[in-house]
Design a protein around this ligand. Structure first.
Ligand code: HEC
Length: 137
């Protein structure tokens, strides 16, 4: 991300926090709700990569309904988890445009085991939600 993405990021934060679900620290928000709040700004509510912020990102935003199609018909659960969590560092171009949500979901008290578990479960729910969105071809 460059400085030109700053308005986009601010907009994203506003969108997230205008919605009180972003304050849900109980870790129970559904995958669909987590997606709408944290991801739809870039990926679009239909996950096809055309959210309102997409044009500010200096990279094509991935169509998340075609992850399986791009992977020969198999949904790569592990890799998708890693992309969202942030364990999969670089994109093809060596620059990561996709925010790292593993840390994001930790919240402020990021160093205890429960916060870690909550964050992992949120990423898990997102992965399961994305799996339900996959198109055949
Ligand atoms: C700031 C914009 C932005 C936001 C917000 C965002 N993404 Fe992304 N995402 C991208 C971009 C751009 C890519 C393409 C890869 C890259 O450039 O890093 C991507 C790629 C991905 C991929 C990899 C797809 C593939 O086939 O390899 C997944 C999975 C993904 N995003 C899921 C999510 C989820 C889940 C969220 C919310 C927790 C989210 N993204 C939020 C911009 C964003």
């Amino acid at each position: 991300m460059s400085w030109r993405s700053i308005p986009a990021v601010l907009c994203l934060l506003l969108m997230a926090c205008a919605n009180r679900e972003c304050l849900d620290t109980s870790g129970t928000a559904s995958g669909a709700a987590l997606f709408r709040i944290n991801c739809a700004g870039c990926h679009g509510t239909d996950a096809r990569g055309n959210g309102p912020i997409a044009e500010f990102i200096n990279a094509p935003v991935a169509d998340l309904t075609r992850i399986s199609v791009r992977n020969g018909g198999q949904f790569p659960t592990e890799r998708v988890f890693q992309v969202i969590d942030g364990q999969s560092g670089s994109s093809v171009h060596g620059v990561r445009h996709m925010p790292v949500w593993g840390y994001e979901f930790f919240g402020s008290e990021s160093d205890d085991a429960k916060a870690h578990l909550d964050a992992t479960q949120k990423v898990d729910r997102l992965v399961m939600y994305l799996r339900t969105l996959q198109v055949e071809q």
